[in-house]
Design a binder for this molecule. Structure first.
Ligand code: NDP
Ligand code: 8X3
Length: 271
């Protein structure tokens, strides 16, 4: 299917995978609806996506950890699609239609063992990575149900497959994402909506800066001597997934850098 003039909604579009996806779908000629909490960053990303070729690149504040924010965002998205709807032949439904939903917003907070874990970190991880996907999907699905061939793509992680020390809550959250994706594929069977999880390994974005609460030097160490994935690598895969023929569903994609044979086995070049 062509992505040209298709409406693509991306959560967590202010940095990392989400921002790169906005540019990549923009280059395909898609129309964009971008959400995150840092609206100043969204404005920059929307301008970049526009320059890359997006005919429409709209943004609105979104906090996926709050139902009221998610519902307001989706109401705005519905209005934006309606307002910018291409004229349709009279035999087609004029309903606002969303073609691709990318549930990307999320991340890790802290790397503490369970014994040292903090409620606020656990709650933030479960709110954004798990409840955020449930809320956003519930709110946006009415825009997709009349649209066979549309794509719902959730961002999981290698952490949803393999546990590591200090990752209990994050790994639990991403394992939750994986099972939510699987349940959705069953629930939506017959609607024609495609349901995918893309599960990256080590990728250099703002992920580790957030995990280490702004400690940039500690974040840099995570990628030292190795060649991680880039945000553009994942964006390229998201475009590919959404661009398969309408009858093809990519169920689950685990994507790691070549240097990462397993969560704990990362090849590092000594300087
Ligand atoms: P970044 O930190 O660069 O991006 C995270 C994005 O999520 C930001 O745009 C942030 O925007 C948004 N976000 C976080 N919390 C919320 C919230 N409550 N409401 C709305 N938006 C939110 O990291 P990545 O690009 O790497 O992360 C994107 C996704 O990929 C996450 O789900 C992460 O868990 C996952 N992932 C990352 C990997 C990696 O190694 N980098 C590997 C595997 C998965 P803002 O702060 O402006 O709201
Ligand atoms: C991010 C990758 O290995 O740090 O989801 O959990 S990892």
């Amino acid at each position: 299917m062509t992505l040209k003039n298709k409406w693509v909604l991306i959560t967590g579009a202010s940095s990392g995978f989400g921002a790169a996806a906005a540019r990549a779908f923009g280059a395909e000629g898609s129309k964009l609806l971008l959400g995150a909490r840092r609206v100043d960053r969204l404005e920059q990303v929307a301008a970049e996506a526009h320059r890359a070729g997006a005919p429409e690149a709209h943004f609105h504040s979104l906090d996926v950890s709050k139902t009221s924010s998610v519902d307001a965002f989706v109401a705005w998205a519905r209005e934006t699609i309606t307002h910018h709807q291409s004229p349709v032949p009279s035999h087609q439904s004029p309903l606002p239609r969303l073609d691709v939903l990318i549930n990307n917003a999320g991340g890790a907070h802290g790397l503490d063992t369970v014994a040292a874990g903090k409620d606020e970190d656990w709650e933030a991880m479960l709110q954004s990575n798990v409840l955020g996907i449930l809320r956003m999907t519930r709110a946006a699905l009415p825009l997709m149900l009349d649209n066979p061939g549309s794509s719902l793509i959730n961002i999981g992680s290698i952490a949803g497959h393999v546990a590591y020390e200090g990752g209990a809550a994050y790994c639990a959250a991403k394992a939750g994402e994986l099972q939510i994706t699987r349940a959705l594929r069953l629930e939506l069977n017959g609607t024609g909506i495609r349901v995918t999880t893309v599960d990256p390994g080590l990728a250099e974005t703002e992920f580790s800066i957030t995990r280490f609460k702004g400690d940039v030097a500690r974040a840099k160490k995570v990628y030292e001597g190795t060649r991680p994935l880039t945000a553009e690598d994942i964006a390229d895969i998201l475009v590919w997934v959404a661009n398969r023929p309408a009858h093809v569903n990519i169920d689950e994609l685990l994507v790691k850098p070549v240097d990462q044979a397993a969560v704990h086995k990362v090849y590092r070049r000594i300087a």
